[in-house]
Design a protein around this ligand. Sequence first.
Ligand code: TPP
Ligand code: MG
Length: 487
Amino acid sequence: MENMSTINAGIAMVKIMESWGIEHIYGIPGGSFNSIMDALYHEKSQIRYIQVRHEEVGALAAAAQAKLTGKVGVVFGSAGPGATHLINGLYDAQMDHVPVVALLGQVASTSINYNSFQELNENPIFADVSIYNRTVMTPQRLPHVVDEAIKAAYEYKGVAIVTIPVNLGFEEIEKEKISTASTHKTGLILPNEKDLLTAIPFIEKAKKPVLYVGQGTRNGFSQIKKFTEHFSMPVVASVLAKGIIPDNYKNFMGFAGRVATKPANEVLAEADLILFVGSDFPFGRTFFNSEAEFIQVDIDASKFGRRHTTSLSILGDANTTLQRLTELGHSRPKDRWYLANQENKRHWINWLQSFESREDKPIRPEAVYKEINRIAEEDAIFVTDVGNTTIHSIRLLNMNGKQQHTTSGWFATMGYGIPGGIAAQLNYPEKQVFTLSGDGGFAMVMQDIITQVKYQLPIINVVLSNSSFGFIEAEQEDTEQKSLVSG
Ligand SMILES: Cc1ncc(C[n+]2csc(CCOP(=O)(O)OP(=O)(O)O)c2C)c(N)n1
Ligand SMILES: [Mg+2]
């Protein structure tokens, strides 16, 4: 019985999530999660429960939501199979460094360690994927543990796991003030002046400098533009940074690596200075000139020196660093390097465009993307799956700087498109949302088209069908392997 001084532990926990501004929770219930389902029902006017058709979709939606909004995504799975189904989405969040909280059902505390039905020792299973990983032991601490989990997910940009024995959520506990949301702080790490001054001569002296930006420069286009124009440098971006720089910006060479654009790979192979900002691009040792001077800017010191022999590291916020360097350094002339790269980009775009109006059957992706670009609204959101579609979106989506793009960057799991679309449309109901998948990636999660329909989400799902795991088939062709993947 509820009275003035007590509250149901499950409801108290859900209220903690509300205090952090959480609006959606994805998942599929099970007997081991029923106390929390009860609490979610009680609080349904505050937090919207989105019933997906596979827990992996819920976890990927939570990760995509965090990537698009910057706010923590929340998902749950019931004890045993419901929990283990979350793994792909949680690794996606871990590897793309976004905050996600996963609530795991568990058998009642009175049944734990009795080899009970669906009982799994969940903590070790989720240890590697998480930065916070606890099983709640008493009903009184249920809201507190969730509060800690949310804070940890934000602070360490990763996955926090809370395992909840089902009986705890049914208990009555004393009312206390537990949420720490109102006093939560985040801040910028400011680059130190000495490092900035050390960087300047590298930039002023370079003959072939290039700026490489990752997702650490989000919302930083105006700063990037000033920087590249002041120092006459071309700029390249990582896949996770797609959308930060308008694709038609003259100094933007596109993206490096396997899903790349030609001018970007060429500029990185030729550069004598690479300023590597807010990125952890995994293929640096393959695509960057190994002889180039390398200045790395990051807020995470564990990344320094990982991708290239490093001349100087600057610990600090990416956009602030670009701004300060622009203020401190003399401009570089608009030399042949600068102009030749702009020319190289124009050739590349002309080449891509030459395929747009061809009438090949089956239809070419260039023609499909031309139409998408034509109908895309000013603030559209694009969610790209993994496969050849990643290459097509990266090369062919002509984004304007106001639109958003998301994909499974580092973990690169197939099946990101449909869940990402659900998260995008739920969080931005007024915006136009596209998902772009291959037939393989789509087939892994296509049951959740039902979720899109159930919640009346008017998502435009584009499936590029080539009856093949095309990306892998192409890799096998490159190495002259016999292929089993098509058909
Ligand atoms: C879950 C998962 N399984 C396997 C892979 C390896 N893989 C990467 S791309 C790809 C093929 C994707 O096929 P499809 O979605 O049809 O796109 P296509 O490349 O044909 O355009 C595969 C199997 C992966 N990235 N993720
Ligand atoms: Mg395919």
